[in-house]
Ligand binder design. Sequence first.
Ligand SMILES: [Zn+2]
Length: 448
Amino acid sequence: MLKIKRVPTVVSNYQKDESADESVGCGRNCLGACCINGARLPLYACKKLDKSAAGEKPVEPPLAFLESLVLGEWEDRFQRGLFRYDVTACETKVIPGKYGFVAQLNEGRHLKKRPTEFRVDKVLQSFDANKFNFTKVGQEELLFQFEAGEDGEVQFFPCMPLDAENSPSVVAINVSPIEYGHVLLIPRVLDCLPQRIDHKSLLLALHMAVEAANPYFRLGYNSLGAFATINHLHFQAYYLAMPFPLEKAPSRKMTTTVKGVKISELMNYPVRSLLFQGGYSMQNLSDTVSDACVFLQNNNIPFNILISDCGRQIFLMPQCYAEKQALGEVSPEVLETQVNPAVWEISGHMVLKRKEDYEGASEENAWRLLAEASLSEERFKEVNALIFEVIGCSNQEELEGTIVQKQNPSGSVTRRATEAMEVRSRTGLPLSALSFSEQPWLGLAWWC
Ligand SMILES: [Zn+2]
């Protein structure tokens, strides 16, 4: 049930034959200045690029090409033994119950994982070139370069030089995978950005979710303090061929922003979370979530993000597990499991380290563990109010008991009309189809 269909390697390894001679540089064929000269990697671009100067001819990718590229290249690295353990041999089961939490027994992961090398009580920390970061990985761990833009045209260059001057965003394997096809998206890898959300990078991640066009492919993000283990900006992604419990949780609409982004809160889920969807454009959705994340970061509130449903939905989960742990407030039974509730666990994919926890896995246990990560109801409300202030809207339902869109003080009808015109010019939709009604996001998820 959880098996992902294997796909053949779609891209051959010929670029490796042309890549830097392994005897030059530091000898590790890394991404540093020592080894990057002459390095090549396939480039998947969902925008029009003119790379003719580099002597590269794009090929027209077939449908679902990104998926075959990710899985084909991942499978190739798997065959080459680049992973620290065989994730396909890990036992997995669905825990009986209402929510369908997924339990995986993964005894190898924490033993062989790259150790966390920074403080867990600070969400924002500077990049430290001396600690492990993705410029130190071997080039064989990289799968391809990924570029995104608004025009939606997809181009593929099988063997594009890595341009050290124009830091590429890359997709790499996670050598400690928790599922088939587990990869990392590393925005502008050579710019050495610390693990912190910025508007451009979240938009890139959202583009990847849209391009992958498979609801079973999700991207996740862990902030520092919410179980990121490397302070070098990265998103994770993998395929799990079933809905996550988080995705199935009912939600209650709280507000709609002036840009048409609908914000809801999850109901009956152990971790209090916000759900963002809609917007006049992909960027509206992405920017709203980025605004919220930047607020959380600046206020030292750790959080996780899940991008799901082909980029139509973004879940934001502020959390306080590490803080409670430091204060000795997490129950000993939960601590004993040594499970760190990062984005995948919070979404309902429980990666368990001990056989007894796997064998005794129950919905109740999963719930108890995740509930420890959640903000209290009071704190969640407080944080939401501040997020809404930053985004420029209020929790209308709660304040007014209605779903009517309140006019944002800075957002007049004129502004919304202008935005609608912008949407029209991009979509070619007749203006009459662009409602000025209270829920302009309905039917306007035009990029999907
Ligand atoms: Zn090197």
